[in-house]
Write a protein that binds this ligand. Structure first.
Ligand code: MN
Ligand code: MN
Length: 294
């Protein structure tokens, strides 16, 4: 089991390093997403969620739609967030690329906060202590941590397995336990320090199976359960096997309204500030964190 986490973490890290050079002005977001997801498969794993490419005030949950023509701008602050799984064991890593070269400190703030958090991790450490390290590091650069985004424990086919790793001192007295696998992900911003949901949704996940009326909806429910279980998926992934856009849309809508599918709206800083992110997957050991990048 731990070997599968190690492999997933290593692949997520490699894919990030190999793909960050594809982030440049004029390059297509869709090409980056497909390249990253293709590399994950080439390395013998599967995406644990659609590659997230969140730009500027968007902090998380954006992925390009099928046929997207979106390109990177000259001055974009780009978060690339890659999730990989091997038989349900997940690695979740992210980095930020600053295309303007004017926001280096913002990028550094998230990276240094991640370093500080990782250095704090060991069995018995309280969750608030990690949040306090992140908060102090980011505020030291004159930015705000995003208070309502957190890291998370990982479980088998579970991206958010119950424990939240705060990015602020939230007073949570619960301790880390040896053997936990965690994705730690500070976000820094020059904006409000809170995200709100935008109306755009490109990412979904199976939540619970409720009865649905349309045959296409039942087919989609079965398809998602077999292919992604409860892990997030993108609408663009479905076109390979669902050829009618109209029917697919109708089925998706029915499954959302029935409560079967959860939606992940794009999350943006409420003050429209620029956002940076850094993320690694670690195992909690007795005296330290072991980072799963090698
Ligand atoms: Mn992530
Ligand atoms: Mn994560």
């Amino acid at each position: 089991m731990i070997e599968k986490y190690e492999k997933a973490g290593r692949i997520a890290y490699e894919v990030l390093q190999e793909c960050k050079q594809l982030i440049k002005p004029g390059a297509k977001l869709l090409e980056l997403a497909e390249a990253a997801e293709g590399k994950i498969r080439e390395k013998g794993a599967k995406p644990a969620f659609p590659v997230n490419i969140s730009i500027n005030e968007a902090a998380a949950h954006f992925t390009p739609e099928k046929d997207s023509t979106l390109v990177f701008g000259e001055k974009d602050v780009v978060k690339l967030d890659v999730g990989v799984h091997i038989d349900g064991f997940i690695g979740d890593n992210a980095l930020t690329v600053d295309l303007s070269n004017e926001n280096g400190k913002l990028v550094e703030a998230a990276e240094k906060a991640l370093d500080a958090a990782v250095c704090t991790v060991r069995a018995g450490v309280k969750l608030w202590e990690i949040g306090a390290e992140v908060e102090t590091a980011i505020k030291g650069y004159g930015f705000k941590p995003i208070a309502n985004l957190t890291g998370h424990s990982l479980g088998e086919y579970e991206l958010h397995a119950g424990v939240e790793i705060p990015n602020i001192d939230n007073k949570d007295p619960n301790p880390l336990q040896e053997g936990m696998v965690l994705a730690i992900e500070p976000f820094a911003t020059n904006g409000e320090g809170r995200v709100s949901e935008s109306p755009e949704v490109e990412i979904f996940a199976l939540e619970e199976k409720f009865p649905v009326r349309m045959r296409e909806s039942r087919r989609l429910l079965t398809y998602v359960e077999e292919n992604y279980r409860t892990l997030p998926f993108a609408e663009r992934w479905l076109y390979k096997d669902f050829h009618s856009k109209l029917l697919l849309h109708a089925a998706l809508r029915e499954l959302i309204f029935s409560g079967s599918f959860h939606q992940y709206p794009v999350l943006k800083d409420a003050g429209k500030g620029l956002v940076s992110q850094a993320e690694l997957t670690v195992v909690v050991e007795k005296d330290a964190a072991r980072v799963l990048t090698k």
